[in-house]
Design a protein around this ligand. Structure first.
Ligand code: M6R
Length: 360
């Protein structure tokens, strides 16, 4: 049950220190700086020269996150919406690894992509939360995210666990397929170990609640980020629109000036996510919005330059840039939760949506 919580969503956000600890348990060795999984032997990836991640919704945002980390590790990788896979999949052959990222393991679109990938001769891997799910059964290989059951329709703790598994997987694939990984996995893993306690620090949620209160009733909400901050911006906006029913959109920070800036007014708060890579550029992009009168909500560590133009601050701990997006996501989950709660929405079962989408 929900226990002391009013909603499963808040319970599941709050569980993240534990779910993350379960996700990483036994999967990396901080002393040797190496990753291993009980499944997915390194040979699985030895002949892989390209990775395609297919997913929908929040899982797609985790897949985008994973693709960026894979590319930083030196692996040719792309994320594609599973529902676009049939009409616009990149070339796939027996040297392609297709990763289906699906919390439930039952999403019809994602299963469709997985089956098409198998027919095209790819090696397939399911990254899922549900043992025995269709995706787990049908894929050649499985990696379980071990986040524990998620009841709220809005995916929360499963996003962080997916992003972490994909980050660890990136190093594994790079090492197995190219012989080296350009990822500083030792540094990353040192911080992976700190994630549960860093997330714990964020869970007080009072800053998120006051942001939700302060901007309640505004016309639209925009989220911008760069690099790993981009999928985080997309996810921040998806969560927000899904449970508040307010207009929210995520953009790559650099894209703002290529069109969306026309929407920016003093009535459109812009949530700017700073993940520690090219932050000065993202700050410039946020400034362009501030100049049009938009209040800027900066998601960044304390003492960050962005605070000079920020109307409000959601603090994230200083952590390896490959992981700070995860922490930003927790803050954004809390903002959405509180905004929806103030509007009295049906948080755990938003209108028109289902937890598991079993039609194409
Ligand atoms: O079970 P899956 O991860 O395959 O579900 C995919 C999407 O339907 C899902 O992530 C959806 O976008 C979330 N419920 C949004 O919070």
């Amino acid at each position: 049950g929900k226990g002391e919580f009013d909603h499963y969503m808040l319970k599941e956000i709050t569980e993240q220190p534990t779910s993350i600890a379960q996700t990483i348990e036994g999967r990396y060795d901080p002393r040797r700086g190496s990753v291993s999984f009980d499944a997915c032997e390194p040979e699985t990836f030895a002949d892989i020269d390209r990775v395609v991640l297919a997913a929908c919704g929040t899982s797609y945002h985790a897949a985008l996150y994973g693709a960026i980390v894979l590319r930083r590790a030196g692996v040719d990788a792309d994320a594609i919406l599973a529902n676009e896979f049939g009409v616009s999949a990149p070339p796939i052959d027996d040297r392609t690894l297709v990763v289906a990222v699906t919390q439930s393991g039952e999403t019809a679109d994602t299963l469709g992509a997985l089956r098409a990938a198998s027919r095209a001769g790819a090696t397939t891997l399911a990254v899922t939360n549900v043992i025995g799910s269709s995706a787990a059964r049908e894929a050649d290989e499985q990696l379980f995210i071990r986040a524990g059951p998620e009841i709220g329709v809005a995916a929360t703790k499963t996003f962080s666990s997916q992003a972490i598994v994909l980050t660890l997987l990136a190093d594994r694939i790079a090492t197995a397929s190219t012989g080296t990984s350009t990822l500083p996995i030792g540094d990353i893993c040192a911080d992976v170990d700190r994630l549960p306690s860093l997330v714990e620090e964020l869970l007080d949620g009072s800053a998120a609640e006051s942001v939700a209160r302060r901007y309640r009733g505004e016309r639209a909400f925009f989220f911008i980020g760069r690099g790993l901050g981009y999928p985080v911006a997309l996810e921040g906006a998806l969560k927000f629109k899904e449970i508040t029913y307010e207009h929210a959109e995520g953009f790559a920070a650099g894209e703002l000036k290529h069109g969306p800036l026309a929407l920016v007014t003093p009535e459109t708060p812009v949530v700017a996510i700073f993940t520690g890579t090219e932050d000065e550029k993202t700050l410039k992009n946020a400034e362009e919005a501030a100049t049009r009168g938009a209040p800027i909500v900066a998601v960044c560590p304390d003492g960050h330059d962005a605070l000079s133009i920020a109307d409000a601050h959601l603090s994230i701990p200083d952590v390896h840039p490959m992981l700070s997006g995860l922490l930003a996501t927790v803050q954004l989950q809390l903002v959405s939760y509180h905004a929806a709660n103030l509007l009295d929405r049906e948080i755990d079962k938003p209108r028109n949506l289902a937890k598991s989408v079993t039609v194409e």
